[in-house]
Design a binder for this molecule. Structure first.
Ligand code: NDP
Ligand code: GDP
Length: 327
């Protein structure tokens, strides 16, 4: 039975990846931090097949202990301070967890795996590394130009992964994933913030939706599709890095319009108020990925289209908010 250790198990991708690996008969270990992480209870309830192990990306010895206990064939490093807006406010923490955390995990793998290291490593890199984009669409060779402490920390993690692969002959891959969303997306991100607000407005629980800049464009896919690419990267003969994206881009305003349309509201603009609070010191204006390498070498393709994704998320939030009303 193959086994995998997932950091960031309590996050969006950790949950989809755990389900995918479980469906392929993996033994799944999920790393959780803190002495009583409230999200660990949700994992135990919804994904009872996951065995939780304690550890924190800020603490090397806890990573060594987690690896020694779980003895994984594969490590998926999904743990991070992942919210760009927070990274501006807590830049040092972001550098430590999102950046140095990668180095610590790779060191732990080197120490525990020893000679002819059998542990395969996946790093959750990000399209935010492209930031102020140098070319369009972005591919694996596009130079990085990060625009936030999150982006700079991810660039560090990305280069560190490549460097450990080349220096120590580790099977280490970096997936450069463009934005991906789902009903499990955290409410701090714009997509889920919008779909939750649309549901509440439709049900008369909220009267307006306060947002920042509606003009940036993102290449948004479905998280359930993207975790399949993570797994596929670790099954190749040679470790390589891949862009994972849909190849389409949409403005934030387009996501908002479609989300309102999904509940039959066409005059969406009258519900929107813009507030400086949600603007960023520097913005990433346009992201669109070229995932042809992942298509050719991994056989990976996105399956859920943008309008289906918006509808899926709105329907989920309508169900949650309606159930809350009935309580
Ligand atoms: P989430 O924000 O949903 O999850 C982040 C996870 O990191 C949580 O489980 C959190 O645990 C964990 N974490 C935070 N701090 C630490 C720490 N000190 N030690 C260990 N774990 C920690 O992110 P996603 O699931 O959306 O993303 C997964 C990864 O992919 C992240 O690295 C993200 O940056 C990256 N990525 C995501 C994209 C996206 O569009 N979703 C795009 C490109 C990259 P806790 O519950 O304890 O807070
Ligand atoms: P990001 O691409 O990783 O930063 O993902 P987000 O979902 O946080 O943001 C996507 C885009 O939406 C960014 O360009 C944000 O500036 C923009 N945006 C506009 N209003 C908001 C808002 O209220 N919240 C968030 N999170 N993003 C917003």
């Amino acid at each position: 039975m193959p086994s995998a250790l997932i950091t960031g198990i309590t996050g969006q991708d950790g949950q989809y990846l755990a389900e995918l690996l479980h469906s392929m008969d993996y033994k799944v270990y999920g790393m959780v931090r803190g002495q009583r992480n409230p999200r660990a209870d949700i994992i135990q309830r919804e994904l009872p097949f996951v065995e939780l192990v304690s550890g924190d990306l800020q603490d090397l010895s806890s990573l060594i202990a987690a690896l020694e206990y779980s003895q994984p064939d594969e490590v998926y490093n999904l743990g991070a301070i992942s919210f760009v807006a927070l990274s501006f406010k807590q830049a040092e923490l972001t550098a430590d967890v999102t950046g140095l955390g990668v180095l610590r995990m790779l060191e732990a793998i080197r120490l525990v795996g020893g000679q002819n290291n059998p542990i395969r490593f996946y790093q959750a890199s990000s399209s935010e590394m492209f930031g102020k984009v140098r070319e369009t669409p972005q591919n694996e060779l596009t130079p990085f130009y990060p625009r936030s402490p999150y982006g700079t920390a991810k660039v560090f993690g990305h280069h560190t992964t490549v460097n450990y692969r080349e220096s120590y002959d580790l099977y280490a891959c970096s997936g450069i994933l463009f934005n991906h969303e789902s009903p499990r997306r955290g409410i701090e991100f714009v997509t889920r913030k919008v779909t939750n607000a649309v549901a509440r407005i439709k049900l008369g629980l909220q009267s307006e939706l306060v947002l920042g800049d509606l003009s940036p464009r993102r290449d948004w896919g479905y998280a359930g599709d993207y975790v399949k690419a993570m797994w596929a990267m670790l099954q190749q003969d040679e470790p390589r890095d891949y862009v994972v994206a849909t190849g389409q881009t949409h403005q934030v305003s387009e996501f908002v319009r479609l989300a309102f349309a999904a509940v039959g509201i066409e005059d969406w603009e009258r519900y929107i108020r813009q507030d400086e609070r949600f603007m960023r010191p520097s913005e990433v204006d346009l992201l669109i990925g070229d995932c042809s390498k992942a298509g050719d070498e991994l056989g990976w393709r996105p399956e859920v289209a943008f309008d289906e994704l918006v509808k899926m998320m709105v329907e989920n939030d309508m169900a949650i908010e309606s159930a809350n009303l009935d309580r």
